[in-house]
Design a binder for this molecule. Structure first.
Ligand code: ADP
Length: 502
């Protein structure tokens, strides 16, 4: 059975058919031979019985007339029947009266007659037949026959059966090799179709139905399944195409919008740059003329007039500072970043070096918990970020022991932070502080300022594709967080050319 299990289905069917037909034929043959055996035995008994009856008939007279020679002559007639080995006639008292032996054989004559009738004994058939004359038993005839006839007939029969068996087996083989196709054909075809489908991923293939039996229904079910898969496949493909189409459209739209946005940003920067540049000249004129007025006509003015002129000059100076901030801010949008691998520890050291006097004056403790990483960025601009944030952390700080911490959080990209223990920023102002010229305090409080610092910091961060945000507890301190890119995409973003400096 194990052996059969792994055979190809074609062979399996053949084997099953052959085993079944071969078994049936063998059984039939054996049955036939067994029946023949018994039939032949019976026929032998009958034949020998007839022979014995004839001999008995002819032995009556010799027995009656006590003529053994005549009896022997009768017996000698048995010569004609080759299977008879010998014969004896016993008289009425059971004494041997006459006997005949086939030359070259040695029959085993019993000393006295046995029971009437035939019996197989010692590989021979023996028979006792009463000799009756006028209703009276006058003796017994004994016949002994070899079984060679029986074996001969059985041999012939066995040979016939074998030939019939072989011919039938051959016929069965021929038939079954044709008939097995009825079952294995569709199964193999189905298996091949399934394999082709999975190999080529082609769900439009179909198996051919050749019959309306269970196999036919199997083929139908298989085809139906394929249809369903094909249908779903088509739907899926259509949905995918539709989606891709939409994504493409949307990408085009977005990149168009993006380009427009970039263009208008650049226009704005150009405008701000040119406007502030152009404004500087008349402003300088106003400032200079105010100065001339003060110098040349100072003595003709009263104290109030002089004070007003001085205010005018202070305001023009302040305006110049504002315009310079605007120039710096708009220039940021117009120049390329100089991206390089930058060791942020070096930058921080430079920044702290520049601020050294200031920091010492204010007795600021600067902590860097662990060395900063090296990242791809614009060295000078990122220096400006640290500079601005550290300056603010010192500026907006009323604590006697001012403390600044510079560090980073492991993330992709790393998140840098500058933390102070200053006055803090109320949550409602967390957006406003990044707006240009937006200050939360009176002009001269906390050392003054233009309100452009954080706006510039934000612009630098965003030009690096980074993000900046603030966390603060008013009265406790403030932490500015920022990143310098969007992980792996940072490098790729900066290889594309940015706006040429105008
Ligand atoms: P400026 O410092 O010139 O005023 P900034 O843009 O640097 O301009 O800051 C904008 C405002 O944000 C500041 O006026 C201040 O009110 C607030 N601010 C900035 N940094 C801090 C800080 N570290 N702690 C508290 N407030 C701050």
């Amino acid at each position: 059975m194990r052996l059969l299990r792994d055979l190809p289905i074609r062979r399996k069917l053949m084997a099953i058919l052959m085993i079944a037909t071969g078994g049936a034929l063998l059984l039939a043959g054996l049955l036939l031979l067994t029946l023949d055996f018994f039939r032949f035995r019976k026929e032998m008994k009958t034949d020998l019985g007839i022979l014995a009856a004839i001999v008995a008939q002819n032995s009556g007279a010799p027995l009656s007339f006590a003529d053994p020679l005549a009896a022997e002559e009768t017996l000698a007639a048995l010569r004609a029947k080759p299977s008879v080995l010998g014969a004896t006639v016993y008289d009425v008292h059971g004494r041997p009266f006459a006997e005949w032996t086939r030359p070259g054989t040695s029959p085993d004559f019993p000393a006295r007659p046995g029971e009437d009738g035939a019996a197989f004994a010692g590989g021979r058939l023996i028979l006792f037949e009463p000799v009756i004359v006028v209703g009276e038993r006058v003796g017994t005839v004994y016949l002994e026959s070899s079984l060679s006839d029986l074996w001969e007939r059985l041999q012939v029969r066995a040979l016939t059966v074998t030939i019939v068996f072989l011919v039938a087996a051959l016929a069965a083989l021929a038939l079954s090799s044709n008939l097995q196709g009825l079952i294995s054909g569709p199964v193999i075809h189905l298996a091949e179709t399934a394999r082709a489908v999975s190999e080529r991923n082609d769900y439009s293939l179909r198996a051919v139905r050749r019959s309306s039996d269970e196999l036919g229904r199997l083929v139908d079910a298989f085809n139906q399944m394929l249809s369903q898969i094909e249908e779903r496949d088509t739907e899926l493909l259509a949905a995918k195409e539709e989606l891709e189409h939409r994504v493409r459209d949307r990408t085009v739209e977005l990149s168009e919008a993006n380009a427009e946005l970039r263009q208008s940003n650049r226009d704005l920067d150009d405008f701000a740059y040119i406007a502030s540049h152009d404004l500087k000249e008349p402003l300088r004129g106003i400032h200079n003329y105010s100065m001339f007025l003060l110098e040349d006509y100072g003595d003709k003015l009263d104290a109030d007039g002089k004070a007003k002129l001085e205010t005018l000059m202070r305001l023009t100076r302040r305006m110049e500072v504002l315009i310079d901030s605007l120039l710096q801010f708009s220039r940021l949008g117009r120049v390329d970043l100089a991206i390089d691998d930058v060791d942020l520890n070096e930058i921080l050291a430079e920044v702290l070096d520049n601020l050294d006097i200031n920091l010492k004056e204010e007795k600021v403790e600067v902590a860097v918990p662990r060395p900063l990483p090296t990242v791809r960025c614009d060295r000078v601009r990122v220096g400006e970020i640290f500079h601005n944030l550290i300056v603010n952390g010192v500026k907006y700080n009323d604590k006697p022991r001012k403390r600044i911490e510079v560090g980073y959080l492991d993330d992709d990209p790393p998140v840098f932070y500058v933390r102070d223990n200053g006055i803090g920023i109320p949550e409602k102002h967390h957006d406003a502080i990044f707006r240009i010229f937006k200050r939360l305090h009176a002009r001269d409080k906390f050392g003054g300022g233009t309100g452009a610092g954080l706006t510039i910091v934000k612009k630098i961060v965003e030009r690096h594709n980074g993000r900046i945000w603030v966390e603060s507890e008013p009265g406790e301190g403030t932490t500015f967080h920022f990143t310098l890119g969007k992980g792996d995409r940072l490098a790729e973003q900066h290889t594309e050319p940015t706006d040429p400096p105008g």
